[in-house]
Design a protein around this ligand. Structure first.
Ligand code: SF4
Ligand code: SF3
Length: 529
């Protein structure tokens, strides 16, 4: 196997041999490559055939790409099903081709080994496109399940996959598509933001308890708010409480979700701690998306998956979204005998969320006055994924060391390293504000653009620094979005992506001045002068 799509890849180079660091085995890696190659073949078949593309074709692109994201699906059955589906769609798109006696090869599946063995710059650029499009597909999927669709996004996915299969394209053709991933991802995150806010209302600042009350409960993790909503409906009046985990935390801030009194609080920290945190949990855990780690025996009887998530032998809730087996399990396990608090990493017993664009823009006047009066000297966006590398302590230390006259905005699962800290307030606002999930990077961008507008300058001229952490492919497409917007001086860690070749890195440094993180002390000194 060969895989280097995430930050924890072996030796910061690539996972090879029998299994990846994430637990993906050789067979799953093979099937994921096969499916990706087949989707490239399907993208080739859409060329000149866009008029034949149906909803089911695009649904397949989204599900197929999402299923190959890190920590989403380890189940061979899923990939066989998706491969069969590609076959059906391809037959429909290019029936004549299947009947042709002298095939030209134009619609063939792509052999991913060609990509992994290509020269390093071509491999790097095409990997950026592929991994970026995997992240984008995940966001498009979340919007899709809420009924928000945009053909131009799907057409770009076809174009991008077509490019991934071009062994003969150079930097001149590939680089614009790399940046276009960022552009289309912005459109996609805007669509998801619209879907979430029109369906569930605008997030409101909300304090979330880290105490699990006695009695039966269910822990729900991942990013899919629609699954959470259905679970809340199905558990209503059944004496079962619901606790969010990981990237589901911002759900507490949406009016249409927080109205359920049995949506009680948050359990646990970021994804990489799940094998320890779930071990003795007297409750089922529902995975709606990444990040799923191979379940340990100590809790594997309590793991349920749904949507594009899958793991061999774990119970999967299908498209009918009937969560009865999860509910039965919760009642059978019974929960804790007494209220039990699971403090955050720094000992806090509650966390705040809900500072998305609407909330922050409603207090824009206060924020701008505070900046003009010198009460707020600088903004930091400390955001992105968490992971298990020890170097990620940087982010906790960085936030702890930010001066009292600065504001820290955050989003995604990396925040669990510091979101239980009490950083106090500034001009009546909390110094630490959680904007939401990783896709709420859209909200952060809108906040930055509004600030730039108010001060009559560009985002790069604002007293704002982005200190980002990455792990999986959604972070890749968000990073490309920031580059598409021309945002410079991003600090990125804990390590730089293995799939960025030295020449591509030089380009990113020269054009956007991307820099790797160093130490909190040095970086803060460099930023604040
Ligand atoms: Fe390795 Fe990451 Fe690929 Fe898993 S997803 S095999 S950890 S590079
Ligand atoms: Fe986290 Fe997996 Fe990326 Fe949505 S849940 S941010 S790592």
């Amino acid at each position: 196997m060969f895989c280097f799509q995430c930050e924890q890849t072996a030796g910061c180079k690539s996972c090879a041999g029998n299994a990846g660091v994430c637990g993906k085995n050789e067979n799953t890696a093979f099937l994921q490559d096969k499916l990706t190659g087949a989707l490239i073949g399907l993208a080739r078949a859409t060329d000149n055939n866009e008029h034949l593309v149906e909803e089911s074709t695009n649904q397949l692109f989204l599900e197929g790409l999402f299923a190959t994201l890190t920590n989403v699906n380890f189940d061979g059955e899923t990939f066989y099903r998706l491969l069969d589906w590609v076959d059906v769609e391809k037959h429909r798109l290019i029936r004549n081709c299947y009947e042709c006696t002298s095939p030209c090869g134009r619609n063939d599946d792509y052999d991913m080994d060609n990509l992994w063995n290509a020269d390093e710059d071509s491999r790097s650029l095409r990997s950026l496109i592929l991994f970026g499009v995997r992240g984008l597909a995940a966001y498009a999927y979340h919007a899709w399940v809420l009924g928000y669709k945009d053909d131009s996004i799907y057409q770009f996915i076809h174009k991008a996959l077509f490019a991934v299969g071009r062994d003969d394209w150079g930097m001149d053709l590939l680089l614009p598509i790399v940046l276009e991933v960022g552009e289309v991802n912005l459109k996609c995150m805007a669509l998801l933001d619209k879907a979430n806010t029109e369906t569930y209302g605008h997030p409101e600042p909300t304090q979330v308890s880290l105490t699990v009350e006695k009695g039966p409960f269910i822990v729900v993790t991942g990013h899919d708010l629609y699954d959470l909503k259905l679970l809340l409906e199905q558990t209503e009046g059944k004496g079962i409480n619901i606790y969010t985990h990981g990237e589901m935390l911002p759900a507490h801030a949406y009016p249409e979700l927080k109205k359920y009194p049995h949506l009680k609080g948050n359990f646990g920290t970021a994804w990489q701690n799940q094998q320890k945190e779930f071990a003795a949990l007297p409750a089922p855990i529902l995975f709606t998306t990444n990040c799923l780690m191979p379940p340990k025996e100590s809790y594997s009887d309590r793991v349920f998956t749904t949507g594009v998530v899958g793991y061999p032998d774990m119970r999967h809730i299908g498209d009918n979204k009937d969560f009865t087996p999860v509910i039965r399990k919760a009642l059978e396990l019974g929960g804790f005998d007494q209220d039990t608090t699971f403090p955050g990493i720094n000992g806090g017993e509650t966390v705040m969320t809900g500072f998305a664009r609407n909330t922050v823009m409603n207090v824009a006047g206060t924020v701008i006055d505070a900046v003009k009066a010198g009460a707020i000297k600088h903004f930091f966006l400390v955001a992105g994924c968490d992971g298990s590398r020890p170097g990620r302590n940087y982010y906790t230390e960085f936030v702890k060391q930010t001066p009292a006259d600065t504001v820290v905005l955050t989003l995604a699962c990396g925040k669990y390293r510091f979101n239980d800290l009490d950083l106090g307030t500034i001009g009546g606002l909390p110094r630490l504000m959680d904007i939401g999930q990783c896709n709420d990077a859209y909200s952060a961008i809108q906040i930055a653009l509004a600030l730039a507008d108010a001060f009559g300058c560009g985002v790069n001229d604002l007293p704002l620094s982005m200190v980002l952490s990455w792990y999986e492919q959604k972070a890749v497409c968000i990073l490309l979005t920031l580059l598409h917007l021309g945002i410079k001086n991003i600090r990125l860690g804990p390590t730089l992506p293995a799939f960025v070749s030295p020449n591509v890195l030089n380009f990113l440094v020269e054009k956007f001045n991307i820099t790797p993180i160093t130490t909190p002390e040095e970086d803060l000194k460099a930023i604040l002068g």
